[in-house]
Design a protein around this ligand. Structure first.
Ligand code: BG6
Ligand code: MG
Length: 219
């Protein structure tokens, strides 16, 4: 297969921001009076802000009005922005910059496929905004992962078939989204939780090593 588009999730794949989402939701859970574990947090990865809040409330056994939910989602984003306003290129995950440069050098397009509405700020603060040919994020889509819209939009814009796309994801919802349209789903993280992926690597350094061999042989 000649791949033409490498699509990267942002939080937890390129940048170490998944921990800040967790910390911000943890503050909300604490204020609402229930505990929220790292394991619970796996269910929120890749999921939009409002859908994350719905999952959080179901964990706490709470039900709130739409108005209260809007207020809490905004409060969570305030906590999250406090964290990410301080991030620097040091918070890029191992191999992130290298793999973006590598795919470009092999002639692939490089796209972002993130559920986050804060992606621009994070890309600017970590200095990788210029490394993308196409940026699709939570501001562009109407449906959240596991719906594949956030991945199909870059392929559609560049008229690339879905089976020529590789998706790098740390979330179960993102892996399901990629697979549902026949994209190669590469998990970054724990092989057990990401077992639905076509391949799983512990980090982008090892993913890059694999694709250096693969693309040299097949291109
Ligand atoms: C995803 C994260 O990338 O973005 C989720 O994995 C998060 O945890 C979602 O809820 C939305 O992010 P934001 O920045 O718009 O609240
Ligand atoms: Mg992620």
């Amino acid at each position: 297969m000649k791949y033409q588009n490498a699509i990267f999730d942002l939080d937890g794949v390129l940048v170490d921001t998944a921990k800040y989402h967790y910390l911000a939701w943890n503050k909300i859970a604490g204020r609402l009076g229930f505990s929220f574990t790292q394991q619970d947090n796996e269910r929120l990865k890749g999921v939009s802000r409002m859908d994350s809040l719905k999952i959080l409330l179901s964990i706490g056994g709470l039900s709130l009005t739409d108005e209260e939910m809007q207020r809490i989602a905004a409060e969570k984003n305030g906590y999250y922005l406090d964290y990410i306003s301080r991030i620097t290129p040091d918070e890029l995950l191992a191999g992130a910059k290298e793999i973006l440069v590598f795919f470009h050098s092999k002639g692939l397009n490089v796209s972002l496929g993130s559920a986050s509405k804060n992606s621009r700020l994070i890309l600017e603060k970590t200095g990788i905004a210029q490394d993308f040919d196409c940026i699709i994020d939570g501001n562009c889509v109407t449906k959240a992962k596991p719906d594949p819209q956030v991945f199909t939009q870059s392929a559609d814009r560049m008229q690339i078939s879905y089976c020529a796309c590789i998706v790098f994801e740390d979330s179960v919802a993102g892996i399901q989204a990629a697979k549902s349209v026949g994209m190669l789903a590469v998990g970054i993280g724990d092989p057990q939780s990401l077992r639905q992926a076509d391949k799983v690597f512990p980090d982008l350094l090892q993913a890059k090593q694999y694709f250096s061999h693969y693309l040299t042989e097949s291109y």
